[in-house]
Design a protein. Structure first.
Length: 147
């Protein structure tokens, strides 16, 4: 019998990801939409500048041709698939954390955008989507006239 050390804080990250996914699904799912089978989800970061909303997703070893991006006025959806390497019978795995299969990630857009003008690029395993903001929500500078 071996003694294993248990760290209760190692599970906090998993719990946080599960709660994030639950809240994200609650606020982005619409009635009547089919739920996608649960798979893995790429890590993302999303931010806005004065002119655009930027979404970056980690997609290492994924062919960008296998990625589908849909942008609406309410959300951006990134779908794709990564192939599973064949199982080797002569390997005795200690740990297996590489994820394979289909993924879907939908993120709500919190500002009005020009969805038809979205541009995507892929470099070094990171997908970057830039979506211009609508003219109505862009900040405008007003000069003060001195009289």
């Amino acid at each position: 019998m071996s003694i294993m050390r248990w760290d209760p804080f190692s599970e906090v990250g998993t719990l946080q990801r599960s709660m994030d996914r639950l809240l994200e699904e609650f606020f982005t799912k619409r009635p009547g939409r089919e739920a996608a089978p649960m798979g893995w989800e790429p890590s993302v970061e999303m931010f806005e500048t004065g002119d655009e909303v930027v979404v970056r997703a980690e997609l290492p070893n994924i062919d960008p041709k296998q990625v589908d991006i849909t942008v609406t006025n309410e959300a951006i959806t990134i779908k794709g698939i990564t192939k599973h390497e064949e199982e080797h019978k002569d390997r005795n795995y200690y740990r297996r954390e590489l994820r394979y299969g289909a993924f879907v990630r939908t993120l709500p857009l919190l500002t009005e955008v020009k969805s038809s003008e979205a541009k995507a690029s892929y470099k070094d395993g990171v997908l970057e989507v830039k979506i211009p903001k609508s003219e109505r929500v862009k900040p405008t500078s007003v000069k003060v006239e001195v009289k």
